[in-house]
Design a protein around this ligand. Sequence first.
Ligand code: FAD
Length: 287
Amino acid sequence: MIPAPFSYHRPASVADAVKLLSELGDDARPLAGGHSLVPMMKLRLATPAHLVDLHGITGLKGIRRDGDNVVIGAMATQHELLASDEIAKGIPILQEAARVIADPQVRYRGTIGGNVANGDPGNDLPALMMTLGATYRIEGPNGARDVAAADFYQGAYFTALEPGELVTAVTVPVPPAGHGSAYEKLKRKVGDYATAAAAVVLTMSGGKVATCAIGLTNLAETPLLATDAAKAVIGTGLDDATLAKAADAARAIMSPAADARGPVEYRKHVGGIMVMRALKRAAGLAA
Ligand SMILES: Cc1cc2nc3c(=O)[nH]c(=O)nc-3n(C[C@H](O)[C@H](O)[C@H](O)COP(=O)(O)OP(=O)(O)OC[C@H]3O[C@@H](n4cnc5c(N)ncnc54)[C@H](O)[C@@H]3O)c2cc1C
């Protein structure tokens, strides 16, 4: 399919991009890596009259350590996430998840900002960002604001972004040294979106879980934080009964769509299994 006609704009600063997006209104969309937007345009599921390409804005690139956080520019690519020493040292779960996004061709172009701003429940990074307690820097016609990833997702393709606003960076707190983490993603084939996936970040003390956060991908209209499941494992040694309890608590908040990846009951069933696997593996990796 060929996209509908559109005008192309390439601003050199965030201020210019915001100005363009505000002036052009609903007919304009930011263009990042284009690996979600362009397929939608080719299917004519999106028909923006104007594309505002963010590639000319150098300030949106880069990944840097800032105290106890890592700050990822919105236009950093998924490949750059995989190549980053800061991420490898401090937040290895981000690399584990990035490695199971699509394939190298997509990861060379696809950006972190595009992945988290897209609002597709199938995107892998949003649940990860919620699990890690990340914050999105948003810039728009009324200035800049920070929104917790956990407050950003409102429905499928609905986010906290207001007209004219851009995600410009993602700030991720580095989990404590000795933490364990795991991202378990069930997919039909290499390069596919998740049938179900779970992210776990935890710390252990004396053989028991001290802190835990669990995120879920593609198991509802939005990414989810499984807070009751996480509570269920605190203070335990993750015996089989506790793992089953956590999986059930996570299943209780899942509401996946029935689609080509399977019926609802199947996706909830495997979603619980992803939670148990991620908990076990994260605990095994914690010091
Ligand atoms: C074959 C294939 C398989 C894929 N598999 C996976 C997968 O398994 N897991 C996964 O997570 N993703 C997957 N993707 C999607 C891929 O990761 C995309 O790159 C990502 O979803 C969007 O990033 P992008 O930079 O390409 O954004 P774009 O496609 O350019 O933009 C996506 C949306 O976000 C908006 N946007 C982009 N940047 C910003 C910003 N900074 N601020 C505000 N709005 C913005 C755009 O206007 C658009 O609405 C796959 C894609 C393909 C083609």
